[in-house]
Ligand binder design. Structure first.
Ligand SMILES: [Zn+2]
Length: 428
């Protein structure tokens, strides 16, 4: 590739005005804002899997992709897929993507930004063909809102849609299988699988957290998506009268839970990279004048290292038992969900890091505390992720934002990544 550059205003820019990163950054943001107005619920941004708004969003993005020279189709689970051909047909393929669905009352940038950045990178090539093809994907489902199961879009690409998932129903009793048929899709599920020419996957996404902002940085290079354990701790004591039961004769399940929650926070603060959260309490009988007899407390534990996560969960469960026994109560631990950590590809991540340096940004490496499509695609393809700073650390909220200069920086890094992308290296 011979995309020539000049340094301008401390940032990498291309010579042709149509390839100016500032212009394209503005357009990326305008497009995200435009798509945010396509919604199933008036007055907010809500687009769930295969909803009417999802269709309208797909049609809008499809028209932009076609104008940029991509050959576009909607696959068997409603993913929007566009191929920007290489200089030769049958060339290796770089996948770039993120998701087009949203949580209820979402912001404008979660997911959509990654798709619009991929599109802008192709537009900045100005019709020039590369030795490899680029496949741009807008995943139809990542958030898990409609069916309570996330990643339906990316799971189809790695062949992980099974009968159990297809028969899962939404609040109206419509199954995934029926929703796909209702949308007018009749393609075989297997046809959504990754093309054998696909060699690597790159995803841009807002951080959805406060780390980059607190570091004063535009971009972050994701090393791994953390693993997580979700479960429930149940403390059982005895309910009794709040007035007639002396303090030393109580078996207060809520007091035990409170002591444990303090221990969860203390332990996570002391364990590097660990986040542990008790976000929900169920208190029985739940009256102001009755000592709590039973408390269920949720626990969400995440770490990039599975062994540290597992031993932390073990420790916190043991602490609950210790606290419970000391108070004459019992504690029971139940695991509801476990997800292993997923590392991004070392080679591709190095390439992303070099690209970020080329864009004159600091090469800051970080973990992703949230799941992303890259986590699923990484099962089959070397994958890399670049985060953009989230102003205020805010996401899944209508005020979710992104800075124009960070989008410009991401575009400069993306162009550098395209220049560096070495298909032979990822094929080996
Ligand atoms: Zn997202």
């Amino acid at each position: 590739m011979d995309i020539s550059r000049r340094r301008y205003g401390g940032r990498t820019e291309l010579k042709s005005p149509s390839s100016d990163v500032g212009f394209h950054a503005n357009r990326v943001i305008e497009r995200c804002r435009q798509l945010a107005r396509i919604t199933d619920v008036a007055g907010e941004t809500t687009r769930t899997f295969l909803s009417p708004a999802a269709r309208q969003c797909m049609e809008t993005v499809k028209s932009w992709m076609e104008a940029a020279g991509l050959v576009v189709y909607i696959d068997a689970v409603g993913n929007l897929r566009g191929l920007y051909e290489a200089t030769q047909t049958g060339a290796p393929r770089l996948m770039i993507g993120s998701h087009l669905d949203t949580v209820p009352n979402a912001g404008a940038f979660d997911g959509v930004l990654g798709v619009m950045l991929g599109l802008a990178l192709i537009e900045m090539l100005d019709g020039k063909r590369l030795p490899y093809a680029i496949e741009l994907v807008g995943f139809s489902e990542e958030e898990g809102v409609r069916f309570g199961t996330p990643f339906i879009g990316s799971r189809a690409l790695v062949g992980r849609i099974d009968d159990q998932l297809l028969s899962t129903t939404d609040a109206e009793g419509t199954s995934v299988h029926q929703a796909i048929a209702n949308f007018g899709i009749s393609a075989e599920l297997s046809s959504a699988a990754l093309d054998e020419q696909a060699k690597a996957y790159l995803e841009f996404h807002i951080e959805q957290g406060p780390v980059l902002e607190s570091e004063g940085l535009a971009l972050g290079i994701v090393e791994a998506i953390v693993g997580q354990t979700r479960g429930e701790m149940r403390f059982v004591g005895s309910a009794n009268h709040a007035g007639t039961t002396p303090m030393h004769l109580r078996h207060d399940a809520l007091a035990a839970a409170a002591q444990w929650i303090g221990e969860v926070e203390r332990y996570a603060l002391e364990t590097k990279g660990l986040v542990a959260t008790v976000g929900r309490l169920g208190v029985l009988p739940g009256a102001g004048n009755v000592i709590a007899g039973e408390v269920t407390a949720s626990l969400d534990v995440r770490h990039a290292n599975d062994a540290i996560r597992t031993s932390s969960v073990y420790h916190l469960a043991a602490e609950a038992e210790r606290i419970a026994h000391g108070r004459g109560l019992s504690a029971e631990w139940r695991i509801l969900m476990e997800q292993r950590a997923v590392a991004m590809d070392a080679h591709l991540t190095k390439m992303a890091e070099a690209a970020v340096i080329d864009a004159e940004a600091a090469p800051f490496r970080m973990m992703s505390g949230a799941g992303h499509d890259a986590m699923v695609i990484a099962e089959r393809l070397p994958s890399a992720m670049i985060f953009l700073r989230s102003p205020g650390g805010l996401s899944h909220h209508p005020d979710e934002a992104v800075r124009q200069e960070d989008v410009a920086c991401a575009l400069a890094a993306g162009l550098a990544f395209l220049r560096k992308f070495d298909t032979t290296a990822v094929m080996n």
